[in-house]
Design a protein around this ligand. Structure first.
Ligand SMILES: *[C@@H]1O[C@H](CO)[C@@H](O)[C@H](O)[C@H]1NC(C)=O
Ligand SMILES: *[C@@H]1O[C@H](CO)[C@@H](O)[C@H](O)[C@H]1NC(C)=O
Ligand SMILES: *[C@@H]1O[C@H](CO)[C@@H](O)[C@H](O)[C@H]1NC(C)=O
Length: 491
């Protein structure tokens, strides 16, 4: 009799556990009413096709929206990257001479659109975690034609480790994002820069979400968040009140930059909200096009995206405001910027990619709670290796590589319903903003990126997968390969 009742009790507990996971899964798939109220309409098929055809024929023109050319010199730290590269291109488009622009980056210029247009732009290979390296990059002589002009510094370099949230791994973000920013700030002051603008992140405002709710709760706690700058007027929150290490590192960097604002050295920060797209290297659109196959737990999630060219434009508009005669009210502050449309849902992005890309792009949607469990296991694994280094020494156990290592609980928090409020940036300079005006909507920007991609990949149409190596390509396959999931969880 006894063994039977143990069996029955075990079965009952397992069943209740299963029900609870089922409830959590449903909660994760919910859409808060307020998110729908703020963004009630979805992109229709017709809208997607029309927009694609339009921007393919007539690309979006940022040039006429750029603030006028200035007689200044420019250092763009991270100038080979997504936002930094677009800042370089927009500076050139508005007529800054190439000799007045210096890219300071670890990575040489590699973007095709940059290679075509950056002849005469200086490049200095730099490691921003080394103060000596940064100082040398800033101290390099300028061509005589511009040497006497005042200097603007755009600091756009950062590491993005969206998953990690434990203090023991904070140095991985801190070294580059905080230490690196301090080095760049010091070098800028030594080089007599008088304007310093840094790229921050709207995710600084994101606070943790509780996914493991009671069975009677219908949605994770704190599932919808409005991202603005109000946190900046309060002290930094404790570590655990950021979505992860990345958010805290960007918050600390922002305080350094904004705190350095004074007469003769005006500073400010731009918080792109949220995922930035625009190049094949971006984590939103480019990644999906490259990968061809994404595993997602967020199709229903409503969240702002922002075009890297809108973000670059925001940097130039803030610079124009800071370059005015009087110290403007916007100096020494961060500003959220996003695309000028209500936030779309991820599903709209996936459908658009699937429909318009000449290369196959599909997304599979395993139960969110399964991926969340895997994320906790990956986090647990990494923490175990940290606390028991002997496992690495004796058995050669290591942390998973990218992108699997990104699948940690923090990433579930940043990929929840978040609405970016950029009304402060859109105010006029007199009213304390910098007159932010985005040029392209998310649908336009995404369609143009797909059109560019299609032009490059037309030849491969119908040839099947784009992935070049024999490496398995989906996140699911990688998780399984890492031995962390019992069986493929993909659809
Ligand atoms: C892939 O899915 C993850 C999880 O839903 C999401 O965070 C990421 O942005 C997706 N990537 C693309 C390109 O849609
Ligand atoms: C955005 O923030 C402004 C204050 O800067 C506020 O007046 C406005 O109501 C906010 N909008 C939303 C949609 O939260
Ligand atoms: C795709 O197919 C076309 C025609 O069949 C061929 O010319 C092209 O080289 C192929 N591209 C790749 C990447 O295999």
């Amino acid at each position: 009799m006894a063994p039977n009742s143990i069996l029955a009790a075990t079965a009952a507990v397992a069943f209740l556990g299963f029900l609870w996971l089922y409830r959590i899964n449903s909660a994760m798939k919910s859409v808060p009413r307020e998110a729908l109220e703020r963004s009630p309409r979805r992109w229709t098929l017709q809208q997607r096709r029309d927009t694609y055809d339009r921007v393919k024929k007539t690309p979006i023109d940022f040039t006429k929206h750029l603030p006028p050319r200035q007689d200044r010199r420019y250092i763009i730290v991270g100038g080979s990257g997504l936002v930094g590269g677009d800042i370089v291109l927009q500076l050139l488009q508005r007529g800054q001479p190439p000799a007045s622009i210096r890219v300071v980056d670890y990575q040489p210029i590699f973007r095709k659109d940059m290679l075509q247009h950056t002849k005469g732009v200086d490049f200095v290979k730099t490691d921003i975690t080394s103060s000596a390296s940064v100082e040398a990059a800033f101290a390099k002589r300028w061509p005589a034609s511009v040497a006497k002009h005042p200097l603007t510094v755009f600091h756009t370099a950062a590491v993005i480790r969206a998953g990690e949230r434990n203090k023991v791994h904070y140095d991985r973000c801190q070294r580059v994002n905080v230490g690196g920013t301090a080095n760049v700030l010091n070098a800028a002051r030594t080089a007599w820069a008088d304007i310093f603008i840094s790229t921050s992140s709207a995710s600084v405002a994101v606070t943790p979400i509780t996914f493991w709710v009671w069975p009677w709760e219908t949605s994770p706690r704190n599932y919808l968040q409005i991202l603005d700058e109000s946190d900046f007027d309060r002290p930094l929150r404790p570590h655990g009140q950021y979505f992860g290490n990345y958010g805290l590192s960007k918050a600390e960097a922002e305080r350094l930059v904004c705190g350095a604002n004074r007469v003769g050295f005006r500073t400010g920060c731009i918080r792109p909200g949220n995922g930035i797209y625009g190049q094949s290297t971006d984590p939103v659109v480019g990644h999906s096009l490259q990968q061809g196959n994404n595993v997602s737990w967020t199709p229903h999630v409503i969240q702002n995206f922002v075009a890297s060219r809108n973000v670059a434009l925001a940097h130039l508009q803030l610079e124009a405001a800071l370059a005015g005669k009087e110290m403007p009210k916007c100096a020494g502050r961060p500003f959220v910027v996003t695309d000028p449309n209500p936030p779309p849902s991820f599903k709209e992005l996936y459908d658009t990619l699937h429909e318009l890309s000449v290369t196959p792009t599909t997304t599979s949607f395993p139960p969110p709670v399964l991926l969340l469990i895997v994320a906790h296991m990956i986090e647990g694994w990494c923490l175990m290796l940290h606390h028991l280094p002997i496992l690495t020494k004796l058995f050669g156990l290591t942390e998973p590589g990218l992108p699997v290592s990104n699948l940690q609980p923090g990433v579930f928090t940043v990929s929840a319903h978040t609405i970016a409020n950029d009304s402060a940036a859109r105010k006029s300079v007199e009213d304390g903003g910098f007159g932010y005006t985005a040029v392209c909507t998310s649908l336009e920007g995404i369609c143009e990126q797909i059109a560019d991609w299609n032009r490059e990949h037309e030849a491969e149409k119908g040839n099947g997968s784009l992935t070049t190596s024999g490496e398995s390509k989906t996140l699911t396959e990688k998780i399984v390969k890492a031995g962390l999931a019992p069986e493929p969880v993909g659809a």
